[in-house]
Write a protein that binds this ligand. Structure first.
Ligand code: UP5
Ligand code: MG
Length: 373
């Protein structure tokens, strides 16, 4: 088992322990926690900037942050002045660490869009391990688990099971397999799923890309009705299917929008025959693998000592509610954008972590944002 996977172990235990709490929450199925009741959070990023491009970075950074602030749950951002005496610590370590993490491709799309079908082909050709979140939940229900009835009710209603359960099952399966490349099918489905992933998995697993299968509802419905004649799935009936469509539009599309912002989404037209969809799937997988390989190469140690004359910029990104934990991916996005502009290593972006804010930040943050105009 890789070092990265070993690090999952302590994270997984609390995630699984939380399933009891999730079971207790089953009674509140129609009353999910409201975002505004959740704490505000601040994610701190440090950018270590080569002095030759510092002026350019000063123009680029606010515009790039503004794009981040269009995402759900983002309140604002603040750039602190460069520190005159930057710490000499090498920022390359987290990047190198990222390159050694097992890779994950998220596979998303509406119910019946063909996610599972294409995953089967990817397993065959590329040797990925396929983890369907829906299949894991159905297996958990069948196993007689304490949360089995709750899972069944959520699935029949097309609702999204609390992330403590789903991410726990996914991580358990990853840990049991110990492999290096995973297709996570049908997850993350909403902001709560994304938060849970960030909380317990993103430090140990590297999301290389997201496959998005697009398909009109009438096509998906016809496929699922046909499948329902033999599938035995409690949600392959018109009533459940339409609820699933509504949940996909309302809750999963914003997740896709988020990953699109990060430049990780590969859209595939899932309406065509399976083999035609497969042609596009392969192109997308190969693009994702190319990106992962390039990231690994860029992160490989060069032997050159880190420059100690770099300007050190500090950025605070503020978010509200469950969506706030979208902010950590800001580090990745800024690093990728900077690398595309100035080449790998010109700007090192280090995620210093996220903490809870005790005070209201809204007015303060928006003022800070306006000063970028
Ligand atoms: N088919 C596939 N591709 C075709 C093509 N190109 N042309 C013609 N036919 C095609 O395919 C569906 C059917 O279409 C099959 O009969 C297939 O032969 C045919 P499939 O590949 O199974 O589509 P898929 O997109 O995987 O459809 P699925 O029904 O599995 O999608 P869902 O996302 O709805 O289901 P999932 O199992 O992921 O989730 C079910 C429920 O679990 C959710 O609604 C939710 O309640 C719960 N859940 C969570 O709460 N959290 C999670 O993280 C995940 C699930
Ligand atoms: Mg499926």
């Amino acid at each position: 088992m890789s070092a990265s996977l070993l690090r999952l172990k302590p994270l997984l235990r609390p995630a699984l322990a939380a399933t009891g709490a999730a079971a207790a929450a089953a009674a509140a199925i129609s009353a999910p926690p409201r975002c505004e009741e959740a704490p505000k959070r601040v994610t701190t990023l440090t950018l270590r900037v080569d002095p030759s491009i510092e002026g350019d970075v000063a123009f680029w950074l606010p515009a790039s942050l503004k794009k981040l602030l269009e995402m759900p749950g983002m309140l604002g951002a603040k750039v602190l002045k460069p520190l005159s005496a930057p710490a000499a610590a090498a920022a390359a370590e987290p990047a190198a660490d990222a390159a050694s993490k097992p890779g994950v491709i998220f596979v998303l799309g509406g119910p019946g869009a063909g996610k599972g079908t294409q995953c089967g082909k990817m397993v065959e050709k590329y040797g990925y391990v396929h983890l369907s979140a829906g299949d894991l939940l159905r297996a958990e229900r069948k196993s007689g688990s304490d949360v089995g009835d709750m899972i069944e009710e959520y699935i029949r209603e097309g609702k999204i099971v609390p992330v403590e359960i789903t991410v726990g099952l996914i991580l358990k399966a990853i840990e049991a397999d110990g492999g290096g490349r995973f297709l996570v099918d049908g997850f993350p489905r909403n902001a709560n799923n994304l938060s849970g992933w960030h909380a317990v998995a993103s430090a140990s697993l590297n999301v290389g890309g997201v496959l998005q299968y697009d398909c009109p509802e009438e096509v998906m419905e016809a496929r699922l009705i046909e499948r329902g004649k033999t599938s035995g799935r409690v949600d392959d009936n018109v009533e459940s299917i339409r609820k699933r469509f509504a949940v996909f539009e309302r809750e999963t599309m914003p997740v896709l929008q988020y990953y699109e912002y990060l430049g990780l989404v590969h859209k595939v037209d899932g309406t065509r025959p399976v083999d035609e969809v497969w042609v596009d799937t392969q192109a997308a997988v190969e693009a994702i693998e190319g990106r992962l390989a390039a990231a690994a190469a860029a992160a490989a140690p060069t032997g050159a000592p880190p420059s100690d004359d770099r300007a050190e910029w500090r950025v605070h990104v503020y978010g509200s509610g469950a969506d706030a934990s979208l902010a950590p991916d800001a580090a990745r996005h800024l690093a990728a954008e900077a690398a595309a502009r100035w080449g790998a290593g010109a700007v090192d972006v280090v995620d210093e972590g996220t903490s809870v804010c005790e005070v209201s930040l809204k007015a303060f943050d928006l003022d800070a944002l306006r000063s970028f105009d």
